[in-house]
Design a protein around this ligand. Structure first.
Ligand SMILES: Nc1ncnc2c1ncn2[C@@H]1O[C@H](COP(=O)(O)OP(=O)(O)O)[C@@H](O)[C@H]1O
Ligand SMILES: [Mg+2]
Length: 253
């Protein structure tokens, strides 16, 4: 098992889960940590963000279906950083309804027996609360919630926390939980208001660095590059390097 297993979750789409998964893991890898990142979203955007586009690659789908072992499906995407793609059949797993709890435990079992040499395993989750997210929550001991700076995001967050609490009760464990402001519009008052509310409800859980809204971050995936490849000197690259240090030192606001 890796040292730390972190699920990046939020049932809302477009909040920055995949952007955070891509750039935070690359920043950690660059600072010398050994990182594996799993694309648990059938859309496969994480792989695309790293420039991996081969549709024939088998991924975490076949591992969860018991047809392949993890070692066969690791793709070395950067130094110290390996990826497991989603695979074409991941969406079928999301739709499996039978087997309940046992199906929810598939990823945990696989991770428990593998990747011993890794400092981190990150899991980029789909925007849902189905079986795939259940698998991520069974497997993880830490949760990172990317949070956009709009008002509706706040409601999403309290719903998310409800889900997390349910899992804690069922699984009899307590997650280490962090929130990252992942699309922060510095010039908009709303962003600051939302941040203040989040701090009020979840003190000691918001990572110190906010990721600012920036066009560069939206451009990167179309080149298959992380922000650290694409514009290492940019403000956005600094945001993610700083966030990776927050994460290592558990630095919160
Ligand atoms: N801080 C940011 N600044 C600008 N664009 C962003 C930022 N974070 C995410 N995006 C863009 O917003 C869209 C949704 O982000 P994404 O990370 O895919 O969200 P999710 O994985 O939660 O659905 C993408 O086009 C992405 O490039
Ligand atoms: Mg995503």
């Amino acid at each position: 098992m890796a040292q730390r297993v972190v699920a990046i979750i939020n049932q809302k789409g477009g909040v920055g889960k995949t952007t955070t998964s891509t750039n935070l893991t690359h920043a950690l890898a660059k600072s010398g940590k050994k990182v594996t990142v799993i694309d648990l979203d059938p859309q496969g955007h994480l792989a695309v963000s790293f420039g991996v586009v081969d549709p024939r690659l088998s991924g975490i789908d076949e591992v969860l279906l018991g047809e392949k072992v993890i070692a066969e499906n690791l793709v070395q995407v950067r130094e110290n950083l390996q990826l497991i793609v989603a695979g074409n059949r991941l969406k079928d797993i999301e739709q499996l309804s039978e087997g309940g709890a046992t199906r929810g435990d598939l990823l945990r079992k696989v991770l428990h027996e593998n990747l011993e040499d890794q400092d981190f395993v990150f899991i980029d989750c789909p925007p849902s609360s189905g079986l795939l997210v259940a698998n991520a929550l069974f497997a993880a001991d830490e949760i990172l919630i990317p949070m956009a700076g709009d008002f509706l995001a706040l409601q999403g967050l309290s719903h998310m926390m409800g889900t997390v609490k349910k899992f804690e009760a069922t699984l009899k464990k307590k997650y280490k939980l962090f929130i990252v402001m992942s699309r922060f519009a510095t010039t908009r008052n709303m962003s600051k208001n939302v941040l203040n509310k989040v701090l009020q409800y979840f003190p000691q859980q918001v990572l110190s660095t906010v990721i600012r809204e920036a066009a560069l971050l939206a451009e990167c995936p179309s080149y298959g590059k992380t922000i650290l490849d694409y514009r290492p000197g940019s403000r956005s690259a600094r945001d993610f390097r700083s966030l990776s240090q927050d994460f290592l030192e558990e630095r919160v606001m």
